[in-house]
Design a binder for this molecule. Structure first.
Ligand code: XBP
Length: 269
């Protein structure tokens, strides 16, 4: 009798039903580091009369620090030996704030100029989730202004309303890899982590999502493909499309060739 009850209890064990998809932005929804942030940082430096040039190789190293303001500070402290604060700035914080605000201006312009397209399969997946009643959220380190610029210029003005929660930037005290931004997103979704799935592109992002109990799907890019994604539920080259299949780098995508809500349900169960 007991053995039978145990079998029953296992079969009755509730399978976590997928309720929401939580997306990182930079590197996940779009190749924003390559197409937006890095050139915007360099343009801001040039405007300010600095000879700083963040090459793709250097930027790949600087990306270990989440947050544009934090990244500039790390660059000054770790890479510049003879840095002199320009006289017109009262302190380093004011200088960084100026550089970052100017950089954000350029990022938003690049998005408006159509220079930052979504990654393959992103728009299809977002619309499939919406049609199947799966909620959407964002958990990103970049600023709300950058999220708005990217979404409006790729998906249209109404797309901001597709997301029940847009958790971004300085809304939380500690940025990725701290879990704060995903904790914020889950709290404002009012959902338990096991009913949600996170989507990331970096090790920092995976480290941020995992302690909250979220399972994470990683889509790599050139900046992150060599990083450690131990603990990710699935690691893919990208979301794939019916015409261009994804490559499964780790985990089990079943017989799927591109990412769908049904695959998300299987991963969440
Ligand atoms: C990536 C980041 C951000 C961007 C730059 O965030 O670390 O800081 O590189 O954007 P995520 P800001 O992967 O969490 O989307 O300059 O606005 O910080």
């Amino acid at each position: 009798m007991c053995a039978k009850l145990q079998i029953c209890s296992k079969q009755e064990k509730s399978v976590a039903e997928l309720k929401a998809l939580i997306f990182d932005v930079d590197g996940t929804l779009a190749e924003t580091e390559r197409d937006g942030h890095r050139p915007a940082f360099n343009q801001s430096f040039a405007d300010t009369g600095l000879d700083w040039n963040w090459t793709p190789e250097l930027y790949g190293k600087l990306l270990e620090v989440s947050g544009g303001k934090e990244r500039i500070r790390a660059y000054v402290q770790d890479y510049l030996t003879d840095f002199q604060l320009p006289a017109e700035f009262s302190d380093l914080d004011a200088f960084i704030k100026h550089l970052h605000a100017n950089k954000t201006k350029y990022y938003k312009q690049y998005a408006a100029d159509g220079k930052i397209p979504l990654r393959p399969g992103v728009e299809r997946l977002l619309n499939e989730a919406r049609s199947e009643g799966v909620r959407l959220a964002i958990a990103t380190t970049t600023t709300p202004a950058n999220v708005q610029a990217l979404l409006e210029n790729t998906l249209g003005a109404d797309s901001l309303n597709w997301f029940d929660v847009i958790a971004a930037g300085d809304m939380v005290p500690k940025k990725k890899p701290a879990p704060d931004i995903y904790e914020y997103a889950l709290e404002h979704l009012d959902l338990p982590a096991d009913h949600c799935l996170a989507f990331e592109d970096t090790n920092n992002g995976l480290l941020s999502a995992t302690p909250t109990g979220l399972k994470t799907v990683v889509t790599v890019n050139n900046y992150t493909k060599a990083q450690d994604f131990t603990g990710a539920k699935l690691v893919l080259s990208d979301f794939g499309t019916p015409e261009t299949p994804f490559n499964v780098l780790a985990g089990d995508a079943g017989d799927g060739t591109y990412f769908t809500v049904n695959l998300a349900r299987q991963l969440c169960a």
